[in-house]
Design a protein. Structure first.
Length: 338
């Protein structure tokens, strides 16, 4: 009779190798942003809701392009299956609750465009993984108002009428920056809120406002034209696509510095090994020259940050929202440009 020890040892070694060779659990990146803009931005009009119903036929937004690029980076670094899924119910809160309650392999892609207080509360219940990008904010004027000195533009606007500055929506960072620009002016005017950066850009082109403060990705489609001018960016440094455009600090408006952000969140039950793999993969990928150039081409800035950095972004977001709601209400565009 053959001894059992060699047989048992062989079975044990085979099972161990099989476990070691098992591929990592597939990942799913959940996108809570509808194609035409974040559902959480206040002031959503009936026309906008109708457009969202047709979002499957819309051109992918810069947010979608960023998420698809992150998907490719993770696949390349992890050698693992990574899918992208849009939250069918829409909205950051619903997506966060879904990730919290479902499988461990789901990661929520979120950022400063999801500004409802309930969304921020839902995000704090998730596990921060990494910050992946900053979103520069641009002050945009029509070309007939293009002046080098922003203070001169504000003064000239005061002489004609109270300066109306459009923002991407209530409680957004763009609205916070717009109010910082108007702070201390003798003729203080409410900001005009639109449903997203694209809506604010159309409001500027339609001459509903004299200027807008919007995320840079919303401006890029218009940069090649002659109708608009970007005098400054509310960012920490000049953007690679716009080396001739100064920051607010360089233009003497350092108090209005702010940037949007994007990051990844997961359910608290996600295994530490999986957390470490994703964080390491993103850190390595976002430090490469190719990845940084690709994100810059979309209007973003690659900005790797760990879980602590992402928690800091959430706290700053809550602070800006509290400050924005403590001042006078904004004027809604009524969805006219949507």
């Amino acid at each position: 009779m053959r001894p059992l020890y060699p047989v048992l040892l062989l079975v044990f070694l085979r099972s161990t190798c099989a476990v070691a060779a098992a591929p990592p659990q597939p990942l799913t990146l959940v996108n809570p942003y509808p194609v035409i803009g974040a559902a959480d931005i206040a002031g959503t009009s009936t026309m906008t809701r109708a457009l969202r119903a047709m979002q499957s036929y819309a051109t992918p937004s810069s947010t979608d392009a960023l998420l698809q690029h992150l998907q490719r980076l993770l696949v390349s670094e992890l050698h693992n299956e990574v899918a992208v899924s849009r939250n069918s119910r829409g909205g950051g809160e619903a997506a966060a609750r879904e990730v919290r309650a479902t499988e461990r392999g789901m990661l929520l892609f979120a950022g400063s465009g999801l500004t409802a207080a309930v969304t921020l509360s839902a995000l704090t219940e998730l596990r921060p993984l990494a910050r992946v990008a900053h979103v520069p904010l641009a002050l945009v004027l029509r070309s007939d108002d293009a002046v080098i000195d922003i203070a001169q533009w504000l003064t000239r606007s005061q002489q004609r009428a109270a300066p109306q500055i459009g923002s991407p929506g209530d409680r957004t960072i763009g609205q916070w920056v717009a109010r910082q620009l108007q702070r201390g002016q003798p003729r203080h005017a409410a900001t005009v809120t639109y449903n997203g950066g694209n809506g604010a850009m159309r409001g500027l082109l339609a001459m509903q406002v004299g200027a807008v403060v919007v995320p840079l990705p919303a401006v890029l489609p218009y940069v090649a034209g002659q109708r608009l001018h970007i005098p400054a960016l509310a960012s920490a440094a000049r953007h690679p696509l716009l080396p001739g455009v100064p920051t607010f600090a360089e233009a003497g408006l350092g108090a209005a510095y702010a940037e949007g952000w994007h990051g990844l969140f997961a359910a608290p039950e996600l295994e530490q090994a999986a957390v470490g793999r994703v964080q390491q993969a993103l850190q390595q990928a976002l430090q490469s020259a190719d990845a940084r150039a690709a994100l810059a081409g979309l209007g973003y800035v690659a900005a790797w940050g760990d879980a602590t950095a992402l928690r800091h972004e959430l706290r700053e977001e809550a602070r800006r929202i509290a400050e924005a709601t403590a001042v006078q209400p904004s004027v809604s565009s009524g969805g006219l440009t949507e």
